[in-house]
Ligand binder design. Structure first.
Ligand SMILES: [Zn+2]
Length: 121
């Protein structure tokens, strides 16, 4: 894999630092399922997935927003997939897939602060 992906690396750093700040965010307790063609499957939390860093930031694509209102005809949105690959612990083949949430949607969710009672203490 190419090593000259500085933009991607700094985006990853940003994700890691947001993870550290918001590790108690309930959103991060969602599970993502990794499925191998041999039948092996594993569920890990978003937090474990993202903090493990076993993903690459994919190519941003422009797509038509699925939320088109009557007044907007063709709003294009940017979608950057997070692609992951890891070796299957059962058959050693590579499991590849795409994280269910795009980078554009992930960042605002990580920035959402959970209610923190300590703040008022
Ligand atoms: Zn397998």
């Amino acid at each position: 894999m190419s090593k000259c992906m500085n933009g991607n690396e700094s985006m990853k750093e940003m994700i890691f630092s947001l993870l550290q700040k918001n590790r108690r965010n309930t959103f991060l307790k969602n599970m993502v399922e990794l499925k191998c063609k041999c039948g092996f499957s594993e569920k890990i939390t978003y937090y474990d997935f993202l903090s493990g860093g076993e993903f690459e930031i994919g190519q941003t694509i422009q797509t038509i927003s699925p939320f088109i209102s009557e007044s907007i005809y063709d709003e294009t949105i940017r979608v950057t997939p997070l692609n992951f690959s890891r070796n299957c612990p059962s058959c050693r083949e590579e499991i590849t897939g795409v994280f269910p949430i795009s980078l554009e949607n992930l960042i605002p969710m990580l920035q959402m602060q959970p209610p923190d009672p300590i703040m008022y203490g």
